[in-house]
Design a protein around this ligand. Structure first.
Ligand code: SME
Length: 152
């Protein structure tokens, strides 16, 4: 399914009156994982700014040991500090990378802002090399803007 067709579906999931926040996030992960062939692991991490750690929230894909990630560590930890999207076309070429599975070849992490504060991120792993374009970035920024409405 194209990003343009997925956007209204994201809105429906976010505004679902009967689901909890975590159920909504899990439904978003499930939708993206099912509909975008190169999204093979989809999850949210949330920041604890006091401890400077990221904590795994709802996700779909292989279970990961990395449920808590210090700021600065790995791709996710770097995004917690940089507040910038991080597109990794080839994880093997990254020094500061936390491997979850040998099947993962590439990754994209997009920060989640609420009132200008970076409260977490969406993290996508892919089993193919270099699949992410600026369209993925724009789409995931859109997803996070919708998710942010749950936290205001
Ligand atoms: N690869 C990430 C760790 C989290 S997993 O992708 C689920 C990183 O380097 O931050």
């Amino acid at each position: 399914m194209t990003f343009d067709l997925l956007k209204p579906k994201i809105n429906q999931l976010v505004t679902n009156k009967t689901a909890t926040k975590d159920e909504k996030l899990l439904a978003i992960c499930t939708l993206l994982n099912a509909e975008i062939p190169h999204y093979n692991w989809v999850g949210f991490y949330f920041a604890n700014h006091e401890n400077k750690t990221l904590h795994l929230g709802p996700y779909v894909g292989a279970p990961t040991d990395h449920t808590v990630i210090p700021f600065g560590k790995g791709i996710c930890g770097q995004v917690a500090e940089s507040n910038q999207n991080f597109v990794v076309p080839d994880v093997a070429a990254q020094d500061n990378y936390i491997a979850c599975s040998f099947t993962v070849k590439s990754e994209i992490v997009v920060p989640l802002f609420v009132n200008g504060v970076n409260i977490g991120q969406i993290d996508i792993d892919s089993h193919v090399l270099d699949p992410f374009t600026s369209e993925d970035e724009q789409f995931l920024e859109y997803v996070n803007e919708q998710v942010a409405t749950l936290y205001v």
